[in-house]
Design a binder for this molecule. Sequence first.
Ligand code: AGP
Length: 367
Amino acid sequence: EDLDLGGYPHYMAKEIQEQPESVERIIRGRLDDRFGVARLDGLNLTPRELRGFSRVKILGCGSAYYVGQIGATMIEELARIPADAEAASEFRYRNPIIEADTLYIAVSQSGETIDTAFAVEEIKRKGGRVVGLVNVVGSTIARACDGGVYLHAGPEIAVASTKALTNMAVGFALIALSLGRVRDLSNADGQRIIDAIRALPGQIKSILDFEPEIAEHAKTVAAAKSLFFVGRVRGYPVAREGAQKFKEISYRHAEAYQTSELKHGPLALIDESLPTVAVVPSDELTGRNLAAVQQIKARGGAVLAVTHAGVDFGELDVPRIVVPKTEPELDPILLTIPLQLLAYHAALTLGYDIDKPRNLAKSVTVE
Ligand code: AGP
């Protein structure tokens, strides 16, 4: 087992570092520069069928569900089809309406999560078309789906998922590109996204190079008993996943909110003892995000920002983790990476069992 660790202290550390290569693997052979499109033959869908869908519903559990939310936003932005993500664990209990013109996407690292497998079964029983975004080849969910895109993230051992989630997000970008290019996404816009996808491995590597700085931030946040993670639109699922990772391995209470919702209640909790990790990308919402950061600071709350170069915090005393800018639609992929390292180093500081956190299993195969 130690050999498999390849010199890393934990599988989670190893899997975080493997991300530049694992992203290379999911995109290999799938980007077509001639037509600015992704080639996803495994979906088993003709261009005509792809064009026939008028809605997308994504199903997954836990972090896979949060990445599903990232995927839904990408699909809405690039393909302009209504898309949303739902917790697969709830789906079949609400007697869901299955529509013939909806593309269902089941997302799972293990391919064995029972709630997601049952959601797939429910869709199929009612005649829906479901494809998988799955890591483990030949797994239950991969076999049950009508087609799919394998993540090729390689084996993931740590209970807290990292590289598989990143590949899920990249997989959604590929699917969004395919759906977009049979609709109104232009060849030039397709190429813009392809170029950005190709740059991701190098950009991820540059974030990982900042690990020592992120480890210092982690020491500060690990001292708090409770913290908020906030983001808006593209940044909200990033915040949810950041909080999830933090809870899973550092056992700290971490709660995610839409930044815009703070003033509708949670702001009452802000004081010196409750820090906030704020996702503040350089995009059309930067000004509004900065205004919220200012409100938190005015109430004595500490803020750590995950942001882009050029975002002007003015007089605000806010420590920052700066990630490289990609195309706006893909920003969540890179914004998530430092939050993995933040959780990892917080757990390291606190001395917890990083690869096997209490009460959790790598794959939940019973209800
Ligand atoms: C991620 O860190 C979690 N351990 C968990 O939320 C996980 O993503 C979820 O249980 C789904 O697992 P799957 O991707 O194997 O279906």
